[in-house]
Design a protein. Structure first.
Length: 615
């Protein structure tokens, strides 16, 4: 199946938009913006179908757009009688694109309100979906509490059928509390006082809000796990309110050609054969489609489409006994940028889907085959674009709980040892990490899970890593990128700035894959394209593009020798500038690329030509 067909499936999912108040909030002035900021349609921002792995025919309603908002003291529990202004959802309240640009903080709560057009349908259910809300939220529909959720990075939904009134006008209210870096929750690089490598807080709704009407018996999720060695894909689906006698028909397709089909009578996992599989890789990102159909007396009750890829990530020693990382049972050096996914106009949220995809496209054009998604989780469409374009992804868990209770004993590389977390913090971490791994399981581009970064909130390392490995045996686990190294996981990951180095093969190479999880950080502020005019920085700064290119090329030319010694991957810091950091290959506003794209592509090819002899 051509990847275009996957995109066509998404495009064919029809969308209903909501008539809105034409009093749209204007972008907050004073900061640089990306080229796509001007393309944001305030009547229908980010209109693209948000859930690539469960595409259901029929109308879905995009609830993005102009909402009312209010920021009130935290102790205020009642829905405010009067709101304070308009906010453009799904852009965080601190962002320019939200039209607000205010900081909320731990002592306040953010309220949203909007009246939408949603008519109840007899014998059907209405599901309200949130892509992500940072951090704790409670949702009310027509004054009734529909549900609550904690977690800034995982999607969630509520069945709001019972709360709907007759007619089409329904009031949705959302209450959000987010303590940023003053709370126990994962928050990545958000801080109340941005500086250095720490950035502006992101509070509230920052991904698409939408609703759909489904049958009383409906598919809530699907799961696809390939096994290329056995030429099968393991598949399952969760079906809500499945009745006695109902069956689930699962069909796999290569374009319009049916390649496998099986009927199951419950929600248990089964396997579909995939003969002569077309293996997914950066060079050939081939995707199969799959259809799940709930049948009752031979008639379709519900149907959803998804996709999968046949690919494998694994490790194996080479002829010298050094562990190597393999893709589809062959060595492939992973090389990519540290990608933090921040935007000067939308903060956590890209202005448009085109912008979201553009970063990946440019990364690919530069000759990278991997992206390390750094202490942030993206909307599902970002991973979908990686699947379609052929980009390997290392997925970090967003860090948090960085303060208090550090032990002083240094680790192997002079870092602090595991810290002690509160019981609340640990529960929050485990809950959200579990949800992230579960919700993003189906994206074949994700090949590594990274629970910890640089000992930021690192705790119970061996226990957490072993749990992660048990949760998803289909991927490798990078124990702690640049953090405290312990006898756990698949990978030993060194950070070194600015020059490329590697973990010592004699110490770590016999049992773990050796990677350079961060290096470089070469800075070049470009006038009129920086977050602030002065006091920008990089790990090593340069005065012009030529100096930057020469130093970068010098570093890349050293890496083949490291690959021969046992290095399996490297991560360069970073894709774009972010706020006062100017060590991106691309400026923060995405308007200038600091090194020639075609020269980068050619320079990087040498990294993929080193092929160690395998045992």
């Amino acid at each position: 199946m051509k990847n275009l067909s996957i995109a066509l499936l998404l495009a064919l999912v029809s969308v209903q938009t909501i008539a809105q108040d034409k009093d749209y909030p204007a972008i907050v002035p004073g900061k640089i913006t990306t080229p796509w900021a001007a393309n944001v349609n305030p009547a229908n921002p980010l209109p693209d179908y948000p859930r690539p792995h469960l595409m259901r025919a029929g109308n879905w309603v995009n609830l993005n757009g102009s909402w009312e908002y209010a920021v009130l003291p935290k102790q205020e529990q009642s829905v405010p009688a009067t709101m304070q202004g308009k906010i453009l959802v799904p852009f965080a309240v601190e962002s320019a694109l939200s039209g607000v640009g205010k900081t909320v903080g731990k002592d306040s709560v953010l309220w949203y309100k909007r009246v939408v057009s949603l008519s109840p349908v007899k014998n059907k259910k209405t599901i309200l979906h949130f892509g992500a809300v940072d951090w704790e939220c409670t949702v009310f529909v027509n004054g009734k509490q529909a549900g609550s959720h904690k977690g800034g990075y995982d999607p969630f939904s509520f069945d709001i059928t019972a709360a709907l009134k007759k007619g089409s006008r329904q009031e949705i209210v959302v209450r959000v509390w987010d303590p940023s870096d003053e709370g126990p929750q994962p928050r990545g690089k958000q801080v109340t006082k941005p500086h250095s490598i720490w950035y502006t807080p992101v509070t509230g709704i920052w991904q698409t809000v939408w609703a759909e009407t489904v049958a009383a018996t409906y598919i809530t999720e699907t799961r696809q796990t390939p096994d290329i060695d056995k030429a099968v894909v393991h598949v399952s689906a969760n079906v809500e309110a499945m009745q006695p006698g109902d069956v689930l028909l699962i069909t796999a397709w290569d374009g319009t050609t049916k390649i496998a089909e099986k009927t199951v009578a419950d929600n248990k996992e089964t396997t579909l054969p995939v003969a002569n599989a077309k293996l997914w890789s950066p060079a050939n990102p081939f995707l199969y489609t799959i259809t799940y159909t709930v049948l009752r007396n031979g008639k379709t009750v519900d149907e959803a489409k998804s996709y999968f890829a046949m690919r494998k990530i694994s490790m194996q020693p080479d002829a010298n006994g050094i562990q190597r990382m393999l893709l589809n049972n062959a060595f492939l050096f992973h090389y990519g940028p540290l990608d933090q996914g921040w935007w000067p106009d939308g903060l956590y949220t890209a202005p448009t889907d085109e912008a979201l995809k553009w970063d990946i496209v440019k990364t690919k054009e530069m000759g990278f085959n991997m992206i390390r998604k750094h202490v942030k989780v993206e909307p599902a469409r970002w991973y979908y674009h990686c699947d379609v374009l052929g980009m390997l992804v290392w997925q970090d868990m967003p860090s948090g709980d960085l303060g208090n209770h550090w032990e002083s004993r240094p680790g192997i590389y002079g870092r602090a040892t595991d810290k002690q977390r509160t019981a609340e913090s640990e529960l929050i971490f485990r809950t959200e990490w579990n949800e992230i791994m579960h919700d993003f399981h189906n994206f074949p581009s994700i090949v590594l899970w990274v629970p910890f970064n640089e000992a930021w909130g690192q705790f119970k390392t061996k226990e957490i890593v072993e749990w992660t490995m048990q949760k998803d045996p289909s991927r490798l686990v990078n124990t702690a990128s640049g953090g405290n190294f312990e006898d756990a996981g698949h990978i030993t990951d060194l950070h070194n700035y600015p020059e490329p180095l590697m973990p010592h093969p004699d110490l770590f190479g016999k049992t773990t894959v050796l990677v350079l999880g961060e290096f470089g950080g070469l800075g070049l502020p470009v006038e009129n394209h920086t977050w602030q005019e002065k006091n920008n920085w990089g790990y090593q700064s340069f005065k012009n593009n030529t100096e930057l290119w020469n130093r970068y090329a010098e570093f890349i030319n050293r890496i083949p020798a490291l690959i021969n010694k046992g290095l399996s991957a490297a991560v360069y810091t970073q894709t774009t500038d972010v706020e006062v950091e100017t060590n991106g290959i691309i400026t923060y506003d995405r308007k200038q690329i600091k090194m020639p794209v075609d020269q980068l592509f050619q320079l990087h090819q040498q990294l993929y030509k080193v092929h160690p002899v395998m045992k």
